[in-house]
Write a protein that binds this ligand. Structure first.
Ligand code: DX5
Ligand code: ZN
Length: 211
């Protein structure tokens, strides 16, 4: 069954601990932290102190998505804050192979994210260092955007390239029950959802309808 990773970007920032406890009870499989630096993307969100402060509130894996200009500098910060998976954008890593080694050196799972306009070809020589490929189905920076349909083809291509390797495909942006079904059909393993998990307040029902 596809896993659901609610994005805390759409949560109530004034009550993050309560939100995390509620998502845990509602059946979330992991929690997705959108880390934005105001440079790589035009938005600013959580720093490592915030992530660390929330770590005791759940044992769900922390899936940390770095949308920052200097991921190499920040990997140790978020490893120490309690991340389980760290995903970097291929576009921000001039030495991607080395960056993935750095994530693994903390005993964490490593993911690479591809913007909508980035080809999966950038992964060609790092497959053996990957635990996850994060396919952005919106341009990073904000929640509540529309799913970019061309990314469905990318899911299929990545699935084929992964073959028998144990690498998950995560899709992020514009996920609702309809686009979730399309992603599932192409072989997505994890769906990140902000708006569609939080809207209306019944997180359990929303997570079930995404599955
Ligand atoms: C966008 C973030 C997403 C975002 C998804 O830059 O990476 O995780 O929160 O939000 P929705 O589900 O609202 O598109
Ligand atoms: Zn994200």
């Amino acid at each position: 069954m596809v896993k659901i990773a609610p994005s805390l970007l759409a949560s109530d920032f004034a009550h993050l601990a309560d939100e995390i406890v509620k998502l845990n009870k509602a059946g979330a499989d992991m929690l997705h932290w959108d880390i934005m630096d105001g440079h790589y993307v035009p938005n600013l969100t959580f720093g490592p102190q915030v992530v660390k402060a929330l770590r005791p509130y759940t044992s769900l894996p922390f899936d940390v998505h770095l949308m920052v200009q200097n991921p190499d500098e920040m990997i140790p910060w978020f490893a120490n804050a309690g991340a389980d998976i760290i995903t970097v954008h291929a576009e921000t890593c001039p030495h991607l192979d080395k960056t993935l080694d750095s994530i693994h050196s903390f005993g964490l799972k490593a993911g690479v994210s591809l913007n909508p306009a980035t080809s999966e070809q950038v992964l060609e020589y790092v497959w053996d260092k990957l635990n996850m490929v994060l396919i952005m189905s919106v341009n990073p920076g904000f929640g509540g955007q529309c799913f970019i349909e061309t990314q469905l083809e990318k899911i299929s291509r990545v699935k084929e390239l992964i073959g028998k390797r144990n690498i998950s495909i995560e899709v992020d942006g514009g996920i609702n029950p309809m686009t979730a079904a399309q992603c599932n059909a192409r072989g997505a393993d994890i769906l990140v959802a902000g708006t569609s998990v939080f809207e209306g307040g019944d997180y359990a029902k929303n997570i079930t309808s995404l599955r």
